[in-house]
Design a protein around this ligand. Structure first.
Ligand code: AP5
Length: 217
C-alpha cells in the first residue's frame, strides 16, 4: 500500500501514523520529522529548513521534493509507505505522481483527517513529543505515565518550537491556503477518504483501518 496522510496541523496525522505502522508495519515517512532531525544535526538542509519552520511556513518545494525522492528510493519503501505531511502543495503532489510513475508505483489511498481550528489550537498547545523517539503525547488527552518522560523509551518530553500560539495560527493559515486544495486533487482521482479527526484517537483509527483491511470500502 502507498498511503498519504493529509490534514491540518494537529489533526492527528502523526498519532494515526503510529497506529498504522504498529499494526501494518508500513514505513512511516514524516517530512516534518525528517526536517526536525536535519535541524537538530545542523545539516545544510536543516539550516535552510529551520528559517521556514520557525515561522510556520512551508519549506520550498525543490528542497522538500528532493528529500522525499531520496527517502522513497530506499529499499524499505518499495512495497509500502505511509507519507505523513507530504505532499502539501499542488506542485509537490504533481512531483510525487510523476516520481511514482517513473518507479512503477502509484498512490493507493489518501486519508484526509479533518479538525476544526479550535480543536487544532487545543491539541497543539498541549502536545508534548519525545526528544528521542518522537512519540506523541498530550498533557490532557494522552498524558505520559510519568510526567515529562516517554512511556516507550524514557526520553525527555519537549514542546515543539512551532507549537507556540502565533506560529500555530500561521500554520493553520498556510494549510488552508496551500494544502487544502489537494483534497479536490485526490478526490478527482477517486483515492481520497475523509475522516473526522475530531473524534477520539481510537475511533478515528477504527474508521481508517476499515479502508486498509478492505481497500474498496
Ligand atoms: P509537521 O511536523 O508535518 O507538522 P504538521 O503537519 O503541522 O502536523 P503536526 O505534526 O503538527 O500534527 P499532526 O496532524 O501530526 O498531529 P499529532 O498526531 O501530532 O511539519 C512541521 C513543519 O515542517 C511545517 O510547518 C513545515 O515548515 C515543514 N514541512 C513538513 N512537511 C513539509 C512539506 N511537505 N512541505 C514543506 N514544508 C514541510 O497530534 C497533535 C496533538 O493532538 C498530540 O498531542 C496528540 O496526542 C493529540 N491528538 C491527536 N489525535 C487526537 C484525537 N483524535 N483526539 C484527541 N487528541 C488527539
Amino acid at each position: 500500500m502507498y498511503l498519504v496522510l493529509l490534514g491540518p496541523p494537529g489533526a492527528g496525522k502523526g498519532s494515526q501514523a503510529e497506529l498504522i505502522t504498529r499494526e501494518f508495519g508500513y514505513p512511516h515517512i514524516s517530512t516534518g520529522d525528517i526536517f526536525r532531525a536535519a535541524v537538530k544535526q545542523e545539516s545544510v538542509l536543516g539550516i535552510k529548513a529551520k528559517q521556514y519552520m520557525e515561522q510556520g511556513l512551508l519549506v520550498p518545494d525543490d528542497l522538500t521534493n528532493a528529500m522525499v525522492a531520496d527517502r522513497l528510493g530506499a529499499e524499505d519503501a518499495r512495497k509500502n509507505f505511509l507519507l505523513d505531511g507530504f505532499p502539501r502543495t499542488l506542485d509537490q503532489a504533481a512531483f510525487l505522481d510523476d516520481y511514482l510513475e517513473k518507479t512503477g508505483r502509484s498512490l493507493s489511498l489518501v486519508f484526509d483527517i479533518e479538525a476544526t481550528d479550535d480543536i487544532i489550537v487545543k491539541r497543539l498547545s498541549g502536545r508534548r513529543v519525545c526528544s528521542c523517539c518522537s512519540a506523541i503525547y498530550h498533557l490532557e488527552n494522552m498524558p505520559p505515565k510519568i510526567n515529562g518522560c516517554c512511556n516507550a523509551c524514557s526520553g525527555t518530553l519537549i514542546q515543539r518550537s512551532d507549537d507556540q500560539p502565533e506560529t500555530i495560527k500561521e500554520r493553520i493559515k498556510v494549510y488552508r491556503k496551500q494544502t487544502e486544495p489537494l483534497k479536490s486533487y485526490y478526490a478527482r482521482k477517486g483515492i481520497l477518504r475523509e475522516l473526522d479527526g475530531g473524534k477520539p484517537v481510537e475511533e478515528v483509527y477504527a474508521c481508517l483501518r476499515q479502508f486498509l483491511v478492505a481497500p474498496g470500502a
